[in-house]
Design a protein. Structure first.
Ligand code: AMP
Length: 400
């Protein structure tokens, strides 16, 4: 990574007051309890590193979409409770706001090895507007800015980008790790380099496909987006999901892949149903054509075998998006089997990187998340990274 991280800053951090942008956008139930704490857990290494450097630590995050209003059900208070459990010996203080004179006093009084968690940044509309004055106020609370919210680095907000104008800014350990895996996979891959794209829409993935066609040796396409590609080849897709206005583009992308000598694999059989329903009867097709009146909701067994063989050949594999409607048990097999193949390839020495919220939950569902080299914590951010876009929360950090 060509950006400085807290490791490169090292002794420069000792005893400093540090403000860290974390991604504590955790899911809460009706009782306000955290139902999945993986984002908090992902921030722990950086917080611990800063505690070990004797820093006074200010943490800031957004939660949900309060749209510039104070919405009590979107308070970060439950996160403060979770942090108190993790950092038993430290004082974790919950602030009532993220700016203002009370917070300024609390930040000023903050001692080394204490943690102050600011209230939801998005209670102020200035956060998402990347308001300069708001960024300046956040910056005034500390001496150094640490970017560790990988899930938010594709946004140019006051706490992710604006603040870097006013403080020396470096990456945290999570962001460093994300950039290392995604960056190496994309720019310095061990070959063959294979990308597996799935999910709902071709339109969401056009820029990713275009960028990856300059990088990969092979590309696997699954999920609903595959049927737009199959339709462009004159294959019957029945009532499967399709983006009619993208059929021509899909055709062009297939031609582009061919002209570049990139192996592009599409499903050769399917699991179909008569309706989009988790209890619908699952029928396996004989071949690539999808019978009239049925829709494909998963890849079939022959496709799983074809994809598995390609996965086992690869040395670097990037996966974004599921192979089918994996939320429905009857149609989750393709996604699960592909996740298992990814784990198998990784055990044989390949580097595997899984990005996107759905793919991350799919590898977890398959029980192989620990076997994948890296499961990205940022859905949108990892997708924009694969598109080759500049990430505002990264580009503004200090260069090495
Ligand atoms: P994305 O957010 O683009 O990664 O898309 C993920 C969504 O695509 C999931 O909710 C899947 O249920 C959905 N999906 C995947 N395959 C299909 C399919 N064959 N038909 C309809 N939806 C699908």
């Amino acid at each position: 990574m060509n950006k400085k991280s807290i490791k490169d800053f090292n002794s420069g951090l000792n005893n400093k007051k540090v403000i860290v942008r974390v991604d504590f956008n955790v899911p809460l139930d009706e009782k306000g309890e955290i139902t999945n704490d993986k984002r908090i857990v992902a921030a722990v290494p950086t917080i611990q590193y800063l505690l070990d450097k004797n820093c006074a630590i200010i943490l800031m995050s957004h939660l949900g979409r309060p749209k510039g209003q104070v919405v009590p059900s979107m308070s970060l208070a439950p996160v403060a409770i979770a942090l108190k459990k993790i950092f038993k010996d430290n004082n974790v203080i919950m602030a009532k706001d993220c700016i203002g004179s009370d917070v300024e006093k609390q930040a000023k009084a903050l001692k080394q090895q204490e943690i102050l968690l600011l209230e939801n940044l998005r209670f102020h509309k200035e956060e998402e507007a990347n308001d300069d004055n708001f960024a300046k106020k956040l910056a005034s609370l500390a001496e150094i800015f640490v970017q560790d919210a990988f899930g938010a680095v594709h946004r140019a907000h006051a706490s992710t980008s604006g603040i870097t104008k006013y403080l020396p800014s470096v990456a945290g350990l999570l962001v460093e790790k994300e950039l290392e895996y995604l960056g190496n996979a994309l720019n310095n891959p061990k070959r063959p380099f294979l990308a597996i794209l799935g999910g709902a829409k071709v339109s969401d993935k056009i820029s990713v496909i275009e960028n990856l066609l300059n990088k990969v040796d092979a590309l696997i396409i699954g999920g609903a987006m595959a049927y737009t590609f199959l339709k462009s080849q004159g294959i019957d897709i029945g009532a499967s999901r399709v983006e009619e206005d993208k059929v021509e583009l899909a055709k062009k992308l297939l031609e582009k892949a061919k002209s570049k000598g990139i192996k592009l694999l599409l499903p050769i059989d399917h699991v179909v149903a008569k309706e989009f329903d988790e209890n619908a009867e699952a029928i396996i097709t004989d071949g690539v054509n999808i019978p009239t009146g049925t829709m494909a909701l998963d890849i079939g067994p022959k496709t799983i075998e074809l994809y598995r063989n390609e996965i086992l050949r690869a040395k670097t594999i990037v996966n974004n998006g599921p192979m089918g409607v994996f939320e429905f048990k009857k149609f989750s097999n393709g996604t699960i089997k592909i996740a298992e193949s990814l784990a198998e390839a990784t055990e044989k020495g390949a580097i595997s990187v899984v990005g996107g919220g759905d793919s991350a939950s799919a590898v977890k569902k398959a029980g192989v998340d620990k076997k994948i080299s890296h499961v990205s914590t940022g859905g949108g951010a990892s997708l924009e990274f694969l598109e080759g876009k500049e990430l505002p929360g990264i580009s503004s950090l200090l260069d090495k």
